[in-house]
Ligand binder design. Structure first.
Ligand code: SAM
Ligand code: FES
Length: 346
């Protein structure tokens, strides 16, 4: 196993059979060897720096009905909210004062936020915070819309592909959503000039090792600047309420594998990882992650952006989340930095 890990570190690639072995059972010794290799590469590329992203969850309305997601339109129990432009700008203001230099505007696919609404908002954030990166994560839109948002000043776009396998995609989504369109969106975003982020849930219902390898191969084809992965966690008001959550050790192992495959990629230790284990984000960083995304949403809406059950940090103020993250990273010997944290991938 160690020879294989060395090979992955050296060549950034393995055969499908070798990936399958790494994704199977690993002894504690081999697991530690894998994490140490990932940390080595991470520290070579990024030192001990951890980039911060301030997450603003600005709407939980969504026209889609993804089977795994707590804010799907079919969930009648979700209490819906939208933030006004003023509220969003005030989150940015607060974030900027705390040291954030990237804002991530995330939401369901909410038809209320047309281009007429989003373009001036992005332009205003760009004008008020010229030293910050603006990341959008608002789902599938047209090329024209992506272009207009980019022209208004958005720099990055997060759109997880969720699963690269067509059959698996159909198990997780209603028929009107297709992996073809999702992938097409990612290629368009890249073409326009965004730094793009793709990714998948680990342990999504129906996921197999073979499907995970499809994800790795798709990521090799796409070469995104960021890869967001986190464990699937069930939500009580979705069709997947009784499905088991994704595996914590497997998520950590995947983070390490991704670091070795894509040495320069931006790799967040996600809130979902922190939700399934109290030290999830710390251990994510120790397995090769280099980004954390504390929440900047107003406290009164946090408990409503519930993609899955048990989400952490829903009661905290932005400043608390920020200093909590600083402490957590310091504790493991890393430091959060107040820069934009751009990707080193061309
Ligand atoms: N609407 C945008 C989109 O489609 O990209 C962004 C919001 S969406 C809620 C953000 C991500 O949350 C999804 O890409 C998905 O991977 C993740 N997610 C949704 N439900 C989840 C669950 N039950 N467990 C873990 N992650 C989940
Ligand atoms: Fe739209 Fe989850 S179904 S954000």
């Amino acid at each position: 196993m160690k020879t294989m890990i060395d090979k992955l570190k050296e060549t950034c690639d393995l055969t499908d059979d070798e990936f399958a072995l790494l994704l199977g059972e690993l002894s504690p010794e081999d697991t530690e060897y894998l994490f140490a290799a990932a940390r080595d590469v991470r520290e070579r590329e990024y030192g001990k720096d951890v980039y911060l992203r301030g997450l603003i969850e600005f709407t939980n309305y969504c026209k889609n009905n993804c089977y795994y997601c707590g804010i799907r339109c079919g969930n009648r129990n979700a209490e819906r909210y939208r933030l006004t432009e003023e509220q969003i700008l005030s989150c940015c203001e607060q974030g900027h004062a705390l040291g954030f230099r990237t804002f991530v505007l995330q939401g369901g696919e909410d038809p209320y936020y047309t281009d007429e609404c989003m373009v001036p908002l992005v332009a205003e954030i760009r004008k008020r915070f010229p030293d910050c990166a603006i990341t959008l994560s608002i789902g599938e839109r047209s090329r024209e819309s992506y272009q207009a948002l980019f022209d208004a000043g958005a720099d990055r776009y997060l759109l997880r592909h969720e699963t690269a396998n067509e059959q698996h995609y159909a198990m997780l989504h209603p028929p009107e959503l297709s992996i073809r369109n999702r992938k097409e969106c990612l290629f368009i975003l890249r073409e326009i000039g965004y730094q793009i982020g793709a990714g998948m849930m680990v342990g999504a219902p129906g996921q197999t090792t073979e499907y995970l390898i499809d994800d790795l191969r798709f990521l090799q084809e796409l070469r995104p600047h960021m890869i967001g992965i986190g464990p699937f966690i069930p939500h009580k008001d979705t069709p997947f309420r009784d499905e088991p959550r994704g595996s914590y050790p497997l998520t950590l192992r995947l983070l390490a594998i991704l670091r070795l495959m894509f040495p320069k990629v931006l790799l967040p230790a996600t809130t979902a990882l922190g939700t399934i284990h109290p030290l999830g984000r710390e251990n994510g960083v120790l397995a090769g992650a280099n980004v954390v995304m504390p929440n900047l949403s107003p406290t009164n809406v946090r408990g409503k952006y519930l993609l899955y059950d048990g989400k952490i940090c829903t009661g905290d103020e932005a400043a608390e989340c920020h200093s909590c993250m600083e402490r957590r990273m310091e504790y493991i010997g890393y430091q959060v930095v107040n820069s934009r944290g751009d990707s080193k991938i061309e």
